[in-house]
Ligand binder design. Structure first.
Ligand SMILES: NC(=O)c1ccc[n+]([C@@H]2O[C@H](COP(=O)([O-])OP(=O)(O)OC[C@H]3O[C@@H](n4cnc5c(N)ncnc54)[C@H](OP(=O)(O)O)[C@@H]3O)[C@@H](O)[C@H]2O)c1
Length: 319
């Protein structure tokens, strides 16, 4: 069975490639830069040059493909680039998938995308989800809140570097997920017939509030965090003001994301449904405290070794 993966070099995409190879799939990755994607080839994937914004680069790669996993997105600040990749690029993928009669199209989306049409990325995600559901192509859609990996930049590094962490008043409980587990959900869904034509909310089974994550990081790092509290109300007002100006849309979008994250109603029921249909035991899924424990142990060891070798270097230079 040949899997065609878009976004295989990304944070989640690379875990999907690895998991697919471990499970015996033949994996073909569409990449924009073969040299930068060489690690995927070393793992055993086939690399094919392609770019979602260059339609002529894509059709040939669909030959002999059974399923597609689309983990591509743009992080560009440019709205035109975003629309080209996350809207026109996806429409093209769907057209080609229909033509190639693929057995499953897996699309990765964001929780509550449908509720925030004024955020460009969310609007694109929601519209693509709707088109997939009406396309007649067998599909599975996963909707995430966020990945553990992003929390390193948000909490762990600022604590280690003694920089301030922005938190909102009354922070919501969020079920983040490790990208390795998010990849496991995707690959598992390929082998489960009942996962066809379904939309799954996805996360680990334990939710965390910002203050709980900070407390955990403080405990594991032995350092006190510097926090700055901002109110969601002020963010909303600020977003309405900045939303008027095109130049500030990006700031506006970022602020709006905080609102999105603050809206996780009915999450638990949907999550239970996901675990149930995919027949996944929640205990198999990594929890945030284990993830952070490993991260801090590794970082603190590295820092300690760095200090010892730096001290040795200084001593040697003095001698
Ligand atoms: N990150 C999160 O917290 C989060 C939360 C919810 C949902 N999601 C969704 O999960 C998926 C994966 O997210 P991620 O954070 O892993 O993304 P990422 O790390 O930013 O990776 C994006 C991937 O898309 C590829 N790509 C970008 N532009 C392309 C183009 N024009 N043609 C072909 N490929 C292109 C990139 O390739 P290059 O290496 O060439 O740049 C990269 O492999 C996305 O659909 C995202 O919306 C993410």
């Amino acid at each position: 069975m040949t899997l065609l993966i878009f976004g295989g070099t990304g944070t989640l995409g690379r875990q999907i490639v690895r998991k697919a190879l471990e499970n015996g799939f033949h994996v073909r990755c569409i990449v924009r830069n073969k040299r930068a994607a060489n690690f995927l080839k070393e793992w055993g994937a086939e690399l094919v040059y392609g770019d979602l914004t260059l339609p002529e680069t894509l059709p040939l790669s669909f030959q002999g493909v059974t399923a597609i996993i689309d983990a591509s997105t743009t992080k560009s600040d440019d709205n035109i680039e975003l629309i080209n990749v996350d809207w026109y690029g996806k429409l093209l993928l769907l057209e080609l998938s229909k033509y190639a009669q693929i057995n499953r199209f897996i699309f990765l989306s964001i929780l509550n995308s449908e509720k925030y049409p004024y955020i460009t990325l969310m609007q694109m995600k929601s519209r693509v989800e709707n088109i997939i559901q009406r396309s007649g192509i067998p599909f599975t859609i996963f909707k995430y809140t966020g990945f553990f990996q992003a929390l390193i930049n948000q909490y762990a590094i600022p604590i280690l570097e003694q920089k301030p962490i922005l938190i909102t008043l009354k922070s919501p409980t969020i079920n983040y997920i490790d990208t390795q587990d998010a990849a496991f959900f995707c690959i598992k869904s390929l082998c489960i017939k009942e996962a066809t034509d379904k939309v799954f909310v996805t996360g680990s089974s334990q939710g965390w509030k910002s203050e709980e994550i900070i407390y955990l990081c403080e405990k594991l790092s032995g350092q006190k965090a510097k926090t700055q509290i901002i109110s969601i109300y002020i963010l909303k007002v600020f977003r309405q003001i900045t939303g008027f100006f095109e130049w500030s849309l990006k700031i506006s979008d970022r602020l709006a994301f905080i609102e999105v994250i603050n809206d996780t109603q009915n999450f638990t029921t949907s999550l239970e449904y996901t675990y149930d249909v995919l027949d996944i035991n929640p205990q198999e899924i990594l929890e945030l405290d284990f993830y952070f424990r490993e991260y801090f142990e590794m970082m603190l060891n590295t820092l300690e070794n760095l200090n010892v070798s730096q001290i040795k270097k200084i001593k040697t230079s003095i001698i």
